[in-house]
Design a protein around this ligand. Structure first.
Ligand code: SF4
Ligand code: SF4
Length: 204
C-alpha cells in the first residue's frame, strides 16, 4: 500500500463522503461524486450557492472518507481550496466529461454556477479490516507529517504480559519492554485499560 494506491482506490469507490463543520462548529456531511483525480491533486465540483461551497470558502478543512467493498477504510484529512480562476473551466470540462449525469443536473450553461475546489495537501489513513491482524498505515503529501495515533508502551513496563493477553489482534510483541505493532493495532484501548502499572500511553 502507498499514498498513490490509496488515491486510486478513492477513485474506484467513486462516491466519497466529505465532512466539514459549519459556521456554528456543527458537523456537516455530504456525498460527492463530481470528482476528478490527478496524481498530485483531487478536484471536485459543487455549486457556489450551496452551504458546502460557502463553508469551504470560509474554512477549507475537510475530511474525506471511503469504504471499499473489501472493507478497506481510507480517510483523508485535507484542505480544499478554490482552483485558480483560469483553471476553473478546464476542470469543469474534465469532470463533466467523466461524470455525464452532471449534464442532467446542470444543463446548458447552468454549470456556470459551479465552483471547482482542489485538494493538494492531505494526510491519509488506510485501515484494512479484512486482514488478520488488521492493517493500518499513514501517509502524507509532501510537506506534511503523517498522522501518528494509537498506543505505545513506555519504560514503566514490567513485562507482565497482561496487555498481550487482552489484545484482540495479537499485535503486542513480548520483550523486556513489550511493544505494540502500530501497523496492526485497532486502537481499541484494551491493553491500555488492563495494564497494571499504566505503562501504556495514548498518542495523537
Ligand atoms: S500490561 Fe503493561 S506492564 Fe504488562 S506487559 Fe503490557 S505494558 Fe508491560
Ligand atoms: S489498542 Fe487494542 S489492538 Fe492495539 S495493541 Fe492495544 S489491545 Fe491490541
Amino acid at each position: 500500500m502507498n499514498l498513490e494506491t490509496c488515491i486510486k482506490k478513492l477513485g474506484y469507490v467513486g462516491i466519497l463522503t466529505f465532512a466539514n463543520v459549519d459556521e456554528y462548529g456543527l458537523p456537516q456531511v455530504r456525498s460527492i461524486s463530481a470528482i476528478h483525480y490527478e496524481p498530485d491533486a483531487i478536484y471536485f465540483f459543487t455549486a457556489r450557492g450551496k452551504d458546502f461551497a460557502r463553508q469551504l470558502l470560509n474554512d477549507g478543512h475537510v475530511q474525506i472518507h471511503a469504504l471499499t467493498r473489501y472493507k478497506e477504510m481510507i480517510r483523508l484529512t485535507a484542505i480544499a481550496r478554490p482552483a485558480p480562476l483560469q483553471e476553473q473551466e478546464h476542470w469543469k470540462d474534465v469532470i463533466f466529461s467523466e461524470q455525464p449525469y452532471l449534464k442532467n443536473v446542470y444543463p446548458r450553461d447552468t454549470r456556470e454556477i459551479g465552483i471547482i475546489f482542489v485538494i493538494r495537501e492531505a494526510q491519509v489513513e488506510y485501515f484494512n479490516l479484512s486482514e488478520h491482524p488488521i492493517e493500518r498505515y499513514y501517509y502524507a503529501t509532501e510537506g506534511l507529517d503523517a498522522i501518528r495515533k494509537g498506543y505505545v508502551i513506555g519504560d514503566e513496563c514490567i513485562a507482565c504480559g497482561t496487555c498481550a493477553a487482552h489484545c484482540p489482534q495479537g499485535c503486542i510483541d513480548e520483550g523486556e519492554i513489550y511493544h505494540i505493532q502500530p501497523e496492526h493495532c485497532l486502537h481499541c484501548g484494551n491493553c491500555f485499560e488492563h495494564c497494571p502499572v499504566q505503562a501504556i500511553e495514548r498518542i495523537g
